[in-house]
Design a binder for this molecule. Structure first.
Ligand SMILES: NC(=O)c1ccc[n+]([C@@H]2O[C@H](COP(=O)([O-])OP(=O)(O)OC[C@H]3O[C@@H](n4cnc5c(N)ncnc54)[C@H](OP(=O)(O)O)[C@@H]3O)[C@@H](O)[C@H]2O)c1
Length: 313
């Protein structure tokens, strides 16, 4: 089978022949139909984050995939051959960008009825980040939330899913995006949109109970926009996020990082929202696997609205 590989950091991703893998216990072999790009894929391949996410070469990048079960590992009864499955491969070894991949049962779920390969590949990593950021880090109850939530980066891979999950909780959702993505973000359920390119974007906005930052903003700029007990969560945590609590021990507000913990239960929560018609994956663009590097270029541009998909059909 063929896989996309890199032989060293910053190498150009290219096809290489690899042996077909054999599933072990708690694994299934998947014929991949689509993968989705997340910024961590090319950041890891560049070597820029090798201190905490090193790559082992030859390196097959990527974490999100959707495909069909080809074979079951010993003792696996929760999936059948032919099932449509999606997952965010667990750990930090990548591995999704191949025609055949071993998926662990710890994160895999059957794809909801009616969801395409492309949409299914776009959901796991970004969706679980959005869910965990809103529910676990910000503490927003998934049902009957009563408060105002700001999603910064509301048109991006994580943000466009966060807007919808936040909306499903009952919270009042304000999405931050550029003017050209305002209609998209409103269509996803944001009650209001803030144009980050406007002269005074937050004029007239009441304080927020919760802020989910999917862009990497400075907490110093956004903590003043919180209610006295408001919470700020960053999907791109730098030193200022980790030290904020130490420097402001008596603040009623909190500033915390979002650190994805992939698991099948949370992917299941997202799948239920999809099945209920409350969550959809917006596909920004699609590339055949032979044009893999163009998919990464699109992600590196920082301009994607929704998810970038690579087709392995
Ligand atoms: N901590 C974790 O566990 C975790 C998990 C997942 C992702 N992440 C990180 O989270 C970040 C976001 O990931 P992603 O997949 O959502 O990225 P993405 O899809 O590449 O984000 C692109 C989006 O960001 C918007 N954007 C750029 N600057 C903005 C600004 N100043 N204000 C509002 N929107 C802005 C862009 O809209 P315009 O084109 O209109 O500007 C575009 O729609 C990445 O750095 C990723 O590595 C972390």
């Amino acid at each position: 089978m063929r896989a996309i590989v890199l032989d060293r950091y910053a190498d150009t991703p290219h096809f290489a022949e690899r042996p077909d893998p054999t599933p072990g216990p708690a694994q299934v072999l998947v014929r991949v139909h689509a993968t989705s790009v997340n910024p961590v894929d090319w950041k890891q391949a560049s070597g820029d984050i090798r201190l905490y996410m090193p790559a082992k070469f030859p390196f097959v990048p990527g974490y999100d995939l959707a495909g069909e079960v080809l074979a079951l590992g010993p003792g696996v009864t929760t999936f059948a051959v032919g099932d449509r499955l999606h997952t965010r491969l667990n750990g930090t070894a990548g591995g999704a960008s191949a025609e055949k991949v071993l998926a662990g049962l710890d994160v895999a779920r059957r794809i909801p009825e009616g969801m395409s390969w492309a949409e299914a590949a776009g959901l796991p990593l970004a969706g679980m980040t959005a869910l965990q950021g809103l529910r676990d880090v910000l503490g927003i109850p998934l049902t009957s939330a009563n408060g105002r939530v700001l999603v910064i980066g509301a048109s991006g891979g994580v943000g466009h899913l966060a807007v919808q999950v936040a909306r499903s909780t009952g919270a009042h959702v304000v999405g931050v995006c550029s003017a050209r993505n305002a209609e998209l973000v409103r269509g996803l359920g944001a009650h209001e949109v803030v144009d980050y390119g406007a002269a005074d974007p937050y004029a007239g906005q009441a304080p927020f109970d919760w802020i989910l930052d999917c862009v990497g903003q400075s907490p110093g700029d956004f903590v003043p926009k919180l209610t006295p007990k408001g919470r700020f969560a960053s999907c791109m945590p730098g030193p200022a996020i980790f030290t904020w609590g130490l420097l402001h021990p008596f603040s009623g507000r909190s500033v915390k990082p979002v650190m994805l913990k992939s698991n099948a239960a949370d992917l299941g929560v997202l799948d239920e929202l999809v099945a209920a018609g409350k969550l959809r994956v917006v596909v920004d663009s699609r590339f055949p696997a032979a044009e893999f590097d163009k998919a990464w270029d699109r992600s590196r541009s920082g301009r994607a609205a929704g998810k970038i998909v690579v087709d392995f059909d």
